[in-house]
Design a protein around this ligand. Structure first.
Ligand SMILES: [Fe+2]
Ligand SMILES: [Fe+2]
Length: 223
């Protein structure tokens, strides 16, 4: 199932949709933590603070939407309010480890800031791609919210880190296929989890049942 089809399915039930929104909030929060932890205090400049502030704003935006769709139950990041939380953590952890490894093996002079820029670049590429598809899904299904406030920031972040990392093309090519692999693992876990959620099963059973009813009551064709 591709990203768009999975997202359409996720948005069909408020509880699943709220879990998805809360997971996006959690990912933004992890991104914020990564930004702050990846820099030595002396190296945190206005650009890093602005980026951290915007990621915190995204985490809050998605959190508010999760609560709007699913209620106060989604005010925290408990496991049962998220989708595939261990896979989300692994995605960040593995990517962080691989980014450091590939930068170290290809860079002549190690710069902590470059690791941060490389990691930011790979995550921003993925975030923008998924957010654009999700935004389309929301608009097509006439939800009363969309991702406009987040998309404009993410496009700006991506432009900036693309130019900051333009001299790291060897590391970027390797990281792109590694990230794709980790993303596919996390995405498959999402898909499996939503399939096992009871209400989704009930809904598909109902649809199947209705289809059988309409087939059995359809007049027979005379040839
Ligand atoms: Fe963000
Ligand atoms: Fe961002």
């Amino acid at each position: 199932m591709d990203i768009k089809t999975t997202l359409i399915k996720m948005t069909q039930h408020p509880n699943t949709h709220a879990r998805w929104l809360n997971s996006l909030s959690y990912l933004e929060y992890r991104g914020l933590r990564m930004i702050l932890r990846s820099q030595k205090t002396a190296d945190i400049d206005d650009g890093v603070l602005t980026h951290a502030l915007e990621e915190a704003r995204h985490a809050l935006y998605f959190k508010k939407l999760a609560m709007k769709v699913g209620g106060h139950y989604f005010s925290q990041y408990n496991t049962e309010t998220l989708l595939s939380v261990n896979h989300l953590k692994s995605y960040f952890y593995n990517l962080d480890k691989e980014t450091l490894f590939h930068y170290k093996t290809s860079a002549e002079h190690f710069e902590n800031k470059k690791v941060y820029e490389l990691m930011t670049w790979i995550i921003e590429e993925r975030a923008l791609l998924v957010y654009q598809i999700y935004d389309d899904v929301l608009r097509n299904q006439c939800f009363d919210f969309n991702l406009a406030p987040v998309l404009s920031d993410e496009a700006k972040h991506l432009d900036k880190v693309r130019s900051l990392t333009k001299d790291l093309s060897a590391s970027k090519i390797k990281l792109q296929s590694i990230e794709e692999n980790y993303f596919q693992i996390a995405w498959k876990a999402f898909q499996m989890e939503i399939q096992t959620l009871d209400h989704v099963k009930e809904r598909s059973n109902q649809i199947h049942h209705n289809q059988q009813d309409s087939q059995s009551s359809a007049p027979e064709r005379i040839s």
